[in-house]
Design a protein around this ligand. Structure first.
Ligand SMILES: [Zn+2]
Length: 432
């Protein structure tokens, strides 16, 4: 091994110091936005206590502050639309035997669940392993006394297999009443735009008592019809020399919201991180206008089924066939292992460009290529023929759709380099 002198170490340290601090500055800037988008006041940027409205106001404020220009004639930057959603603004609690469980961490209610309140209900265990067909299943559940008893359903996965349905569809088939389903490993929540007759709890197996005999249950659901749940996509642009050709960046700012008064889903990785990156790019390009018009869209309703981007594609505020390229950002909190590009196989030229920039600047350890996938807001654009990527980072602790996806859990490793890569990519796309 070669010996290195102390002075050469010092020189390297002094020379690299400004770069370290510049990278830290960018990370801090992004983390600051992520922290503010994930505070308890934002209520998981969902549909309880107007969390989604607060998040929309936050994004709008910075779009204006950075000097983005509205693309619509009424100058509001907003595209409003609505959809129905099931919510839990009031108490959600569960006690099994004498053990009070922690909402979010120990259990989740099915997002489409109905209300159910009972301070002392008997629990009966049912093994579903023996049921192998629809007729037996229908007969079994018809015999349940769901008014006086709650049911602990064992081996739901084996019945789901026989019925060829997933767990969510299975929950839909349950009658009105209270049910517990054991969950192996991680529990993840979702948003439901419909309701089911039953109240279904998914309980972590690690916190389950050996035998569940009784329960105290409180779930108060509030179904909001579309008329009572307005949402907004937020759109701003930086006009270029060519005003009617667009390079677009998108990210969804909504998340799952809250489940009762105690558990809210911060959604730091998904997708406060992408929203922060969108703000970063908006701020950068507002100061550095390009040849084409740069458009920035913050979508709502993604977690409810890509509803915001679906609405936009069906009611475009810029002509879709004038979009030269669209890049959707969703999950941008840890790029230890680089990034993955969805649609890389569809848009080979743009993917090669991204690779070329990354190789010449040595930004990220890896850029993975993926084909088409209906997993974020790029999807409806792709289907409508708009050339687009969906980029997400690879790394992190795997918190996803749970109460642990908070700002502190994001390492922000290489995120400054992702920002630089995206800036360089957009600049290259702007070469006429
Ligand atoms: Zn997402």
């Amino acid at each position: 091994m070669k010996r290195i002198s102390l002075s050469s170490i010092l020189i390297v340290f002094i020379l690299s110091a400004p770069y370290i601090s510049f990278a830290q500055q960018e990370k801090r800037w992004l983390k600051h936005h992520i922290s503010l988008l994930t505070t308890p006041a934002m209520q998981g940027r969902g549909y309880v206590n107007k969390g989604h409205d607060r998040a929309a106001k936050y994004v709008l404020k910075y779009f204006k502050e950075y000097g983005l220009v509205p693309v619509n004639k009424d100058s509001t930057y907003l595209q409003t639309y609505s959809f129905a959603v099931n919510t839990f603004p009031d108490e959600v609690s569960l006690k099994l035997n004498k053990k009070q469980l922690v909402p979010g961490a120990d259990f989740l209610v099915d997002a489409a669940s109905n209300s159910f309140n009972n301070d002392k209900i008997k629990v009966t265990s049912i093994d579903l392993n023996k049921i192998k067909d629809t007729a037996t299943w229908n007969k079994t559940k018809a015999a349940w006394h769901t008014e006086s008893k709650a049911y602990f359903l064992k081996n739901t996965d084996s019945l789901c297999k026989h019925l060829s349905i997933n767990e969510r569809r299975f929950a839909k088939q349950l009658p009105k009443g209270c049910f517990f389903i054991r969950q192996h490993g991680k529990i993840t929540w979702t948003v439901a735009t419909d309701t089911i007759p039953a109240t279904v709890f998914y309980v972590e197996d690690t916190v389950l008592p050996r035998r569940v005999k009784k329960a105290a249950v409180h779930v108060n659901a509030l179904y909001l019809p579309a008329a009572k749940n307005k949402n907004a996509n937020i759109i701003g642009c930086v006009p270029g020399e060519v005003s009617d050709s667009f390079i677009v960046f998108t990210a969804h700012y909504d998340h799952l919201g809250a489940m009762g008064k105690e558990a809210y889903f911060p959604g730091a990785s998904d997708n406060a991180s992408g929203t922060a990156m969108l703000l970063y790019l908006a701020n950068y390009f507002a100061k550095n206008p390009q040849h084409y018009t740069m458009v920035f869209i913050a979508f709502s309703g993604e977690e409810a089924g890509l509803l915001g981007s679906d609405y936009f594609v069906n009611h475009p505020m810029i002509p879709l066939d004038h979009i030269r390229f669209l890049t959707n950002l969703d999950i941008m909190g840890d790029a230890t292992d680089g990034i993955t590009v969805v649609n890389a196989t569809e848009y080979k030229k743009q993917f090669d460009l991204l690779q070329r920039i990354n190789n010449s600047k040595d930004y990220l350890p890896q850029i993975k290529s993926r084909g088409k996938a209906a997993n974020s807001d790029h999807y409806h654009f792709t289907e409508a023929g708009v050339p687009s990527f969906f980029i997400y980072t690879n790394g992190g602790r795997g918190f996803y759709h749970d109460v642990f996806d908070n700002a502190a859990s994001l390492s922000m490793t290489n995120i400054d380099k992702v920002a630089k890569l995206l800036v360089a990519f957009a600049k290259e796309l702007n070469v006429p």
